[in-house]
Write a protein that binds this ligand. Structure first.
Ligand code: ZN
Length: 201
């Protein structure tokens, strides 16, 4: 695979590329135990949007731009969230987007797994939602969140942390393990994943 060079390549995702990413992330979720035949996450589809219905901004899934989603992930062919997306590995960007969106899907379909025991609130600084963690400055995120985008809302913090959790197969990367706040979030993520996986029985 050659590295993508121009801007169009970076913001354009083909249907095939999206489908490969979707299948890859689904198999990662199977290995983590949160997706199985007939499960709630198994029902989450990924819908390709060749003509971005929200205009140039783009939207993905349940979260940022569509308040009343249909429970599926929507993937625009063109997405110009450059400042966000260009930070990611070009080749894996569609995969990372879907890992992130499946984080929202998990929260959406298993709300009890996040609420039980108030673990989520303690680690993420508030209930799952579109507000930043209580008393935090979103621009001051290093060591506290896994990315700048994660600091913008507790639901994005969860989705971004889930993205890395899936990417690293549940094993915390050394750079995160050094930070107590990130260790705490990772531990809570592992517990939430365990709770969802327990539903298989
Ligand atoms: Zn999101």
């Amino acid at each position: 695979m050659s590295k993508k060079k121009n801007i169009m390549d970076k913001i354009y995702t083909s249907f095939d590329e999206m489908t490969r990413a979707y299948n890859k992330v689904r198999s990662e979720l199977v290995k983590l135990g949160v997706l199985w035949d007939g499960s709630k996450l198994d029902a989450v589809e990924c819908i390709y949007e060749p003509f971005n219905p929200c205009g140039i901004v783009g939207y993905m899934g349940f979260c940022e731009f569509v308040k009343d989603g249909d429970g599926n992930i929507h993937f625009p062919a063109i997405f110009n969230g450059l400042d966000w997306r260009l930070k990611w590995n070009d080749k894996n960007s569609a995969v990372d987007v879907l890992r992130h969106e499946f984080g929202h899907a998990l929260a959406d379909r298993y709300p009890a797994a996040l609420k039980k025991g108030a673990l989520f609130r303690k680690a993420f600084g508030g209930a799952y939602g579109d507000e930043p963690a209580r008393g935090t400055d979103p621009s001051d995120w290093e060591g506290r969140c896994v990315s700048a985008y994660a600091a913008t809302a507790t639901q994005e913090d969860f989705a971004e942390t889930f993205m890395f959790y899936v990417k690293h197969k549940g094993k915390i990367p050394a750079k995160f393990a050094k930070k107590p706040a990130l260790r705490k979030k990772w531990k809570v993520m592992a517990e939430i994943v365990r709770r969802v996986a327990a539903g298989k029985r």
